[in-house]
Write a protein that binds this ligand. Sequence first.
Ligand code: NAD
Length: 498
Amino acid sequence: MSTLIPHWRDGARWPGAASRTGDVHDPATGRVAAQVSFASAEEVDAVVREARVAGRAWAEASLSRRTSVLFAFREALVRRRHDIAAAITAEHGKVLDDALGEVQRGLEVAEFACGAPHLLKGSFSDGVSNGVDVHSLRQALGVVAVVSPFNFPAMVPLWFVPVAIACGNAVVLKPSEKDPSASLLLAQCWAEAGLPAGVFTVLHGDKEAVDALLEHPEVASVSFVGSTPVARYVYETGTRHGKRVQALGGAKNHMVVLPDADLDEVADAAVSAGFGSAGERCMAISVVVAVDPVGDELVERIAARMAGLRTGDGRRGCDMGPLVTGAHRDKVASYVAAGVEAGASLVVDGREVVPDGDENGFWLGPTLFDHVAPGVPVYDEEIFGPVLSVVRAASYDEALALVNANPYGNGTAIFTGDGGAARRFQREVEVGMVGVNVPIPVPMAYYSFGGWKASLFGDTHAHGMEGVHFFTRGKVVTTRWPDPASRPGIDLGFPQHR
Ligand code: NAD
C-alpha cells in the first residue's frame, strides 16, 4: 500500500476523505512514490470557513506578536531547509543544490516579511483643515488563496504566504499535486513558529479544489502561478466572483547577445539559464538571439559546454535532473521532433542522453537548436524543458523587435559591453524583468516579481511592496475633535479645506 500525502488543517496533518487521489512520482526512478489526497469542494468550503474564524483573530494580533512569529518561521525554515530541499528533489527531480537555492530565495521573502511593522505603517497629515487631521491605514483582506505550480514547490508559495500572514490574513494554499510534500514542511515550520492553528492551511487537489476557492464567497483574493491558459482562466473566474486576483503565467525568455559581448561569459550564462532545473523555470532562457556576426562561434561554445553536463539523479551530484513526469518528458521530446521536422538544425539531441540514474527515470538531456525562427512550434510555444533555441538577428533593432513581438513578457536579458545599448534595451523592451549581463534577473524579495503581457493577469506583482498592497486594503480616516475654543457651527456649503 502506498503512502497517502495528507492536507494540513487546523495545525496538523489531515487525510481528508481522499475520495479522489493523485499519483506522486519519483521522477528519477519513474516509480509512483505516494498518493496525494484531493480535496473536494465540500472540504474546501469547510476549511475556508475555519480559516475565516482563525483569520479574524490573527488580524487582531498585535504587530509585535505577528512579527515574532515571522522571525521564528524564518528560523524554522533555516533549520528544515535540507529536509525541504530533499522533498523537492524526490518529487520534482531538480538537483539538491538547486532545490536548496529555491528554499533560500523563498527564505528571503520571509525575511522581508519580518519588517511588517515598518511595511504596514500608514501616513498622517496634521491639520489638513481647521482642527481636522487625516491618516491612512492598511487592513488585512481575510482569507486569501494561493495556487502554486510544480516547478517551485517551496519558493512560489513563499513568494506570497509570509507577506499575506504578516499582513494579518489567513492563507489557504493549494500546491501543485505533482510535488505536494514541500508545502507540508512549510506548514510544519509555521506550527513550530507558533502561528495559531487555522491561519495557514494546505489543501491538495486539482481543478475541483481550485474552482471551489475561486467561487467561495469567503475567499477575498487569489494569488496564482502557473501556465498561461490556467492563469487567464483563474483571473477571469476569480474576478467574476468579486475577488482580487494576481495570476502569473508562462514565459518564453529571450537572451539578446550583441557582437561586443564576452562570448565565454555568454555561453556560460546560456547553459546555466537554459538547462538549470531542466529548463523547468519560468525565468529559464529558452531563446538566445545572436546578433550578427557572433552566431556560429556562440553556438560552438554553447555546444562544447553542454558536452560536459551530467544528467541524472538529483541526489547524486549531477548537473541536471529528470523532468517532472513521464507525460511532460514525452511532450518536451515531441517538440524536439517537431523542431527537426520544421527544418531547425539540431546541434545537440537530448533524446540520446545516457543518464546517471534509473533507466525508468523521466530523462531528456540538454538539447540545442540553431537557426530557429518564429513560426515553428519550438520557437512559438513555451516548452518548459531543457531545449535551447538560437535565433539569428541582423541587428539590435531586429533582436528587440523579436522580443517585443512575443506574446509573453516575463524575463529577458541583454549581454553587451556597451552601456548605451543596455540602457536603450531596458527602456525599450516590453518585459517585466530585465537582466543586463544577468541571465535570470529574478528580483530580490524587497522588489516585486512579475511579467508583462501573457505572463501576468492583473496588475500586481508578487512580494515587495506590491505584495503588501495586494494583501491589504487601504483606508483613509478624516478626524475632527471638537476644539472647545472654536466650534465650526452650521455650514451647508460643500466641505472644502479652507
Ligand atoms: P499549471 O497551470 O498546470 O498548474 C498550476 C496550478 O494550477 C496547479 O496547482 C494545478 O493544480 C492548477 N491547475 C491546473 N489546471 C487547472 C485548471 N484547469 N483549473 C484550475 N486549476 C488548475 O502549471 P504547472 O505545469 O504546474 O507549472 C508550470 C507553468 O507555470 C509554466 O507555464 C511556467 O512558466 C509557469 N510558471 C510561471 C511563473 C511566473 O512567475 N510567471 C513561475 C513559475 C511557473
